[in-house]
Design a protein around this ligand. Structure first.
Ligand code: ADP
Ligand code: NI
Length: 217
């Protein structure tokens, strides 16, 4: 099987697995991450085969939906790639990216070792901010039955993955606990530039949100 066929089959497989998911981790999230990862990856010296596979498989089994277990994703991805007879080095690289891609709290560093990992992490983070990021965040909060906003509950900057995982706070807090921090954490120049505009959209959105909350706008 050639590389293009492997990518096509992986896309079809993931599309089937994730379609209809409503917490913001659906097939269309993966599709956007895949497209941005290719766009960013083309500006860097990357192995695009690894970038595409990791982007497609990065949310195959998120820890948030497996009792906090962050090994399920890499395992499932490896099993799938083995069925397509992908070479071991590529599988190991893709699994390593999936293992390290997630945001784990404001005070927790999640450094990617390879340029391919940096590119896919940037693409995933870009989809967490801007207009789509805002929509996904409220979709996720709704899927968890959380309050949209509660002015009495302040955001927390978590310094451990455990504390971040336990968080049950209202959705507006997520902007301060994660989304507004992402612009500064982009790995590549291309993503940093795209993040600027998306960051401003969130700032404007929050300003308007508070003005409406207090009946000022
Ligand atoms: P990562 O892609 O770094 O693993 P997550 O999967 O934790 O990030 O989050 C993906 C998206 O899901 C976030 O960008 C956000 O839109 C939504 N989300 C995750 N956790 C929360 C939360 N506690 N409150 C609101 N939205 C959340
Ligand atoms: Ni993702």
């Amino acid at each position: 099987m050639d590389q293009q066929e492997i990518i096509d089959q992986t896309a079809t497989f993931i599309k089937k697995q994730l379609s209809g998911e409503s917490s913001g981790h659906d097939w269309w999230h993966v599709y956007r991450v895949w497209k941005s990862a290719v766009h960013i990856g083309k500006q860097e010296q990357t192995n695009l085969f690894v970038v595409e596979l990791a982007a497609l498989l990065h949310d195959i089994a998120d820890w948030k939906f497996h009792d906090g277990n962050d090994e399920v994703g890499p395992q499932r991805a490896a099993e799938w790639l083995q069925t397509l007879h992908v070479d071991d080095a590529t599988i190991a690289h893709v699994c390593d990216i999936i293992r390290h891609i997630s945001f784990k709290g404001a005070g927790v560093t999640t450094a990617m070792q390879t340029i391919e990992g940096k590119v896919v992490q940037d693409a995933d983070r870009l989809d967490a901010i801007g207009a789509i990021g805002i929509a996904r965040t409220f979709a996720y909060g709704g899927s968890k039955g959380r309050e949209m906003y509660n002015p009495d509950v302040s955001p927390l900057l978590h310094d451990s993955f455990e504390a971040y995982k336990q968080n049950q706070s209202h959705t507006i807090n997520h902007f301060y606990e994660k989304l507004l921090l992402l612009k500064e954490r982009m790995n590549t120049a291309t993503a940093r530039q795209l993040a600027e505009q998306r960051h401003r959209v969130m700032e404007d959105y929050l300003n308007q949100f508070y003005r409406e909350w207090d009946g000022e706008a």
